[in-house]
Ligand binder design. Structure first.
Ligand code: ZN
Length: 317
């Protein structure tokens, strides 16, 4: 039977329901936890997060994939209690958002060390939480080109994915030639990789989304909602219609089965104020209505938010 690892244990794939494939319970840059001005009490964190997850569940959301990397505030025991209280399945990740968010302890780690670390978190568990990672996060450091550390992390992720059957999700889809070369050398089929952030305002023009799909990769349009129309838009914002048209063009080019969509929201930001007016519920309040209005039928919506993520997340053994 096909299964997916969640923080409360592995579940049958059919139970995932509607999936938010690229989300964050709480994301911060490494070290932000040492800046006391940003500290939040447990009550504040719950108050910021629980209502959003409850609403997500009320809207019909089934699964929340938290792709907060190892050094960015990942907190598995907290996720477990959130999942138990709200009924939302939470999938946690192993891996790193990018080489530039790996702390010095990991910076010089070999491919072998990183592989063992990822495999341990997927097959044994993350620390003593008993929770197994359901996805591996990797990413391209700032600067547009993969660094040596990024490449070691990608190679280790490929080996861990092959050994465990868990998929890989990338932060940024730029420099995909280098990423695909590594995955190909390691023998990892590209449908096990979701190349994310193909749609963000900074990188969209530099991302070869259709080429990635032609090679067999999955493509994530997963920063929906970070739009220039917001009161205080972040630097990666983009006009709402421009992003939607980009996505619809990708679907129209015949890549529906490789497309995943998400909103990359942050329930309770760590070390920064976050982006006002953007939550995981953009998925239900704006994105799905926009897609319906653009003419997508219910079967296509189900493919995008239920079937494609289920196919991607299922452990392949
Ligand atoms: Zn993210």
């Amino acid at each position: 039977m096909s299964r997916v690892n969640t923080v409360l244990g592995s579940i049958p794939t059919e139970e995932l329901g509607i999936v938010a494939v690229h989300e964050h319970i709480g994301y911060g840059m490494p070290g932000s936890e040492l800046d006391t001005r940003w500290w939040k009490t447990p009550e504040e964190r719950y108050q910021e997060t629980v209502p959003k997850l409850r609403k997500f569940h009320e809207y019909g959301g089934g699964t929340f994939v938290d792709v907060t990397g190892i050094c960015n505030g990942r907190d598995i025991d907290y996720y477990k209690s959130l999942s138990a209280k709200t009924g939302v399945h939470i999938v946690a990740c192993t891996g790193f958002v990018g080489g530039d968010t790996a702390l010095p302890f990991f910076e010089r780690a070999s491919v072998d060390y990183l592989t063992k670390q990822f495999v341990h978190e997927i097959t044994v568990g993350i620390g003593n939480t008993g929770s197994r990672a359901g996805v591996i996060k990797v990413g391209v450091s700032r600067g547009g080109k993969m660094t040596d550390l990024d490449k070691r992390i990608y190679r280790a992720a490929a080996r861990a994915a092959l050994e465990t059957g868990v998929p890989i999700l990338t932060h940024l889809a730029i420099d995909a030639e280098n990423a695909i070369a590594i995955f190909t050398e390691e023998g990892l089929p590209l449908h096990r990789v979701l190349f994310g952030h193909a749609d963000d305002g900074v990188n969209a023009s530099k991302t070869r989304d259709r080429w990635i799909a032609e090679q067999g990769g999955r493509v994530g349009f997963d920063t929906f909602g970070y739009e220039t129309e917001l009161e205080d838009p972040p630097f990666w914002a983009r006009p709402r219609k421009e992003r939607l048209d980009h996505f619809l063009g990708f679907l129209a080019a015949g890549h529906l089965d490789q497309a995943l969509a998400g909103v990359d929201a942050n329930c309770s930001p760590l070390g920064w104020p976050g982006v006002k007016g953007h939550t995981c519920n953009y998925l239900f309040e704006d994105l799905i209505p926009d897609l319906r209005e653009a003419g997508l039928d219910e079967a296509t919506i189900t493919t995008l938010f239920v079937e494609n993520p289920a196919d991607f997340l299922t452990i392949q053994t």
